[in-house]
Design a protein around this ligand. Structure first.
Ligand SMILES: Nc1ncnc2c1ncn2[C@@H]1O[C@H](COP(=O)(O)OP(=O)(O)O)[C@@H](O)[C@H]1O
Ligand SMILES: [Mg+2]
Length: 249
């Protein structure tokens, strides 16, 4: 991975960051002890923790061992470019090289490969790799008042030649995207997964979708509008089952 989407230079190295060959630099305190403060969340791609290093707090996303690719006909060398870790590294690196670290997406502090000592508290979880990305911790969830800013800031992603997917409300904190695991960065080596037309359509679709985000009638969190309509309308079979369970309690 080093030399492809990771650079061994520390994040604060003063040399110029290549824009055309995005390589994420390393977390400057990568050899320091990590204090795990609390578990924040997880999805399919990994686990996220609030951590403390040398007295400063960060969010640490530790990636799952990933082998899945939606196209089995890709050449072996190209497959890893479709994995969440490389998606995040290349997208954060591109943003950083354009001086846009911490504007559209959460501020990134670089990559880290956890040592045995640093990995110890995570040993009990199966399927986790040692590869992780350090980011700012953003305590507040997305709120409906963040939506205009989210829509405005999409120009940053467009100009950075990023092709995001999976821009669901839960992948934002405040107006910042925190999950870049599905963001493709140009040039995307499996070229068949990059289409300028589809990318343009995606941005237009997202702008409309985000304009229809709403506060959930169920728990007050921001969700896509169609979900509220589903909740208010005919209950899904699984909701009926849940209601049945509640009556039994
Ligand atoms: N930097 C962060 N600050 C605060 N919360 C975060 C941060 N990064 C992720 N989270 C929370 O953790 C959850 C899981 O992280 P995410 O990167 O989306 O994992 P996955 O890629 O597996 O979906 C997110 O939905 C978000 O609520
Ligand atoms: Mg996510």
């Amino acid at each position: 991975m080093i030399g492809r989407w990771l650079s061994e230079l520390p994040m604060d190295d003063p040399t110029r960051k290549s824009t055309s060959r995005p390589m994420l630099r390393r977390f400057i305190h990568h050899t320091e002890p990590i204090k795990f403060i609390k578990y924040i969340g997880h999805g399919a791609e990994g686990r996220v923790y609030l951590i403390e290093v040398l007295g400063s707090q960060y969010a640490l996303k530790i990636f799952s061992n990933w082998t899945y690719t939606s196209n089995i006909y890709l050449r072996e060398r190209q497959k890893p470019y479709t994995f969440p870790f490389s998606h995040e590294c290349r997208a954060f690196a591109r943003l950083d090289s354009l001086d846009e670290n911490g504007t559209w997406a959460v501020k990134c502090h670089g990559w880290i490969k956890l040592s045995d000592e640093q990995f110890k508290p995570l040993q009990r979880f199966s399927g986790l790799s040692r590869w992780a990305i350090v980011k700012d911790y953003i305590p507040n969830e997305v709120s409906i008042s963040d939506v205009p800013e989210i829509r405005r800031k999409m120009t940053i992603a467009r100009k950075a030649l990023l092709y995001p997917k999976d821009l669901q409300p839960r992948n934002f904190r405040g107006s910042f995207l925190v999950d870049l695991g599905a963001v493709r960065t140009y040039p995307y080596p499996p070229q068949r997964f990059w289409s300028n037309t589809r990318r343009r359509e995606y941005f237009a679709w997202f702008d409309k979708d985000a304009s229809q985000w709403e506060v959930s009638v169920r728990d007050g969190k921001v969700i896509e509008g169609w979900l509220n309509r589903m909740i208010k309308g005919k209950p899904s079979p699984c909701e009926t089952a849940e209601a049945g369970d509640a009556k039994l309690d």
